[in-house]
Design a protein around this ligand. Structure first.
Ligand code: HEM
Length: 510
């Protein structure tokens, strides 16, 4: 006699129980791996957060551990994470054994909904193709002077008027404070949008509400970063399937981004792009795929927005604490550009003569890199040059923030902010900026995936720094006690928690 066909509930119930048990087992395994397997001193301090008694930021604690490790490499076993500040290891993973240290699937999954197949989120051929396309465009001299044009236009038309209006309406010791970090985030969003796809979101026009694009972009970037902090990926994956809480918010933010990005592309198609200089127009001449173009738009926004705002925020924090450096930057500018705060830069070429300013910017990012650490996933078992064995699947992180504080690299004065260390002949006239060793200073990453926007970023940072320092006197609203570091909020890019509240006064009025 034929076997009776099981009823659907008789079949599905055991399967559901099986799948559910599998998920619970995976969750339990992952929690065990993270929380119960290691009882070493570092893991205990990590799990109990006892490090917070001594250090204000996780990166300061890691820097302390890395400095005291004989190999400048440590392990956080409960996170399955090897962290290194050793330049030889950095060169090995970013160049020598590049193929064995890809971004890896765990990160692609975390950022996949937001970044799609954009350059930041892919490995292999998909990455190689985009890298080639983008570097053909970004390496050109013409695109750097285009960036210079856009940035200086945004500075003259919006940034300076905004600070002037603010300073005029806030004279006197009780004037109100301006959050410079917020101003820089708006500024860099406008600049990168204009540069990347010829669109002006007008974020620096304080009278106009912050663009829906910028708000959704911030939200999607924060919520995607928070996925990485969950105890197990199963937590956010389950919430995503059920469309709950932060995952529902993320989906909604991404929907807004998708609609707006598609609209940007549609408009560009309608108006024509053959003669336009922005990056999207350049890409559209060779790429037709709509969703790929969307991913390019999003990746470039992420690349050029928060990093630049972060670099500017810490630079101005340092300037407020080092008046002697401000005086030296102004003196160099008077010599190269002409005397007086209202003399402006004439060309991109003239800017390249400002060696002391460039050195100050490099020095600022040595101590406060916008991307404090960056991780890869080891594909096959390997051994790093310092002898550290790395198992397949281990997350390996290099740590530019800690590396900027290593005596072995920078000497015994590594904790001091000294732009002169970047100048040949200690800054006497005719000196030039020494080239950095990218594996000792991986602020822009290094090796095969080195940042493609580095030159543009330097142009942007120098232009803003110069214009504001020459025209304004900027003071911290609440000066920190000596030698105190800023506190950072968790996220993909270094952000000052509480912003950068300052008083601003025009120089002629001081
Ligand atoms: C101070 C400003 C900047 C810093 C510190 C910086 C730093 C970095 C770092 C550390 C990476 C590697 C990230 C990773 O692989 O996880 C990177 C990649 C990249 N950056 Fe930048 N960046 C800056 C500005 C910019 C700007 C303005 C642009 C665009 C115009 C840009 C375009 C890119 C691109 C396209 C990549 C991906 C390269 C690849 O994967 O092959 N960056 N950047």
């Amino acid at each position: 006699m034929a076997e009776p066909i099981p009823s659907s509930s008789g079949f599905f119930l055991p399967v559901t129980i099986l799948v559910f048990s599998f998920f619970i087992l995976q969750l339990f395994r992952s929690l065990c791996q993270r929380y119960f397997w290691c009882n070493c001193e570092i893991c205990r301090a990590y799990l109990s957060s006892s490090w917070t008694k001594q250090f204000g930021n996780l990166c300061d604690w890691y820097s302390h551990l890395l400095k005291n490790s004989p190999t400048n490499t440590i392990h956080i076993h409960v996170l399955g994470n090897t962290i290194t500040a050793n330049p030889k290891n950095v060169e090995y993973m970013l160049k020598t054994r590049f193929d064995n240290f890809p971004k890896g699937k765990p990160f692609s999954a975390i950022l996949g909904d937001f970044l799609g197949c954009g350059i930041f989120n892919v490995d292999g051929d998909m990455w190689r193709f985009q890298r080639k396309m983008a570097s053909l465009e970004l390496d050109r001299y013409s695109i750097r002077s285009f960036a210079f044009e856009i940035v200086n236009n945004e500075i003259e038309r919006r940034l300076i008027p905004l600070l002037s209006t603010f300073s005029a309406s806030n004279r006197g010791p009780n004037g109100s404070v301006l959050d410079l970090q917020d101003v820089f985030r708006r500024f860099s969003f406008d600049s990168i949008c204009r540069f990347s796809f010829g669109l002006d979101p007008m974020c620096l026009e304080m009278s106009v509400p912050m663009s829906e694009f910028a708000v959704s972009f911030d939200l999607a970037s924060r919520l995607s970063a928070e996925r990485a902090m969950k105890a197990s990926p199963l937590v956010w994956k389950a919430k995503r399937v059920l469309n709950l809480g932060s995952e529902r918010e993320l989906r909604e933010a991404i929907n807004v981004i998708n609609v707006l990005a598609k609209e940007v592309i549609r408009q560009k198609r309608k108006r024509g792009f053959s003669n336009h200089k922005d990056l999207l127009s350049r890409f559209m001449r060779t790429v037709n795929d709509e969703s790929f173009l969307r991913d390019i738009v999003v990746s470039f926004l992420l690349a050029g927005r928060d990093t630049v705002a972060s670099a500017l925020t810490s630079f101005f924090w340092l300037m407020a604490n080092h008046r002697d450096v401000v005086v030296a930057i102004r003196a160099e500018a008077d010599q190269v550009i002409g005397i007086g705060p209202n003399q402006s830069l004439k060309s991109f070429k003239q800017m390249q003569e400002l060696n002391y300013l460039k050195a100050a910017i490099y020095e600022s990012m040595r101590l406060y890199p916008p991307i404090q650490f960056d991780s890869k996933f080891c594909l096959n078992d390997d051994v790093l040059p310092d002898g550290t064995a790395v198992k397949r699947g281990t997350r390996v992180t290099y740590h530019p923030y800690a590396m900027g504080r290593l005596e072995e690299i920078w000497g015994s004065d590594c904790a001091e902010f000294k732009p002169e260390r970047w100048l040949k002949n200690d800054g006497v006239s005719g000196s030039s900026v020494l080239p950095e060793n990218p594996f000792q200073y991986p602020v822009f990453q290094a090796g095969l995936r080195v940042c493609l926007g580095k030159e543009m970023a330097i142009v942007e940072l120098m232009s803003v720094a110069l214009s504001l320092l020459r025209r304004f006197h900027i003071k911290l609203a609440s000066p920190p006690p000596c030698d105190t570091h800023p506190r950072f909020s968790p996220g993909l890019t270094a952000t000052f928690s509480g912003g950068l509240p300052v008083f601003v006064e025009e120089r002629e009025k001081i």
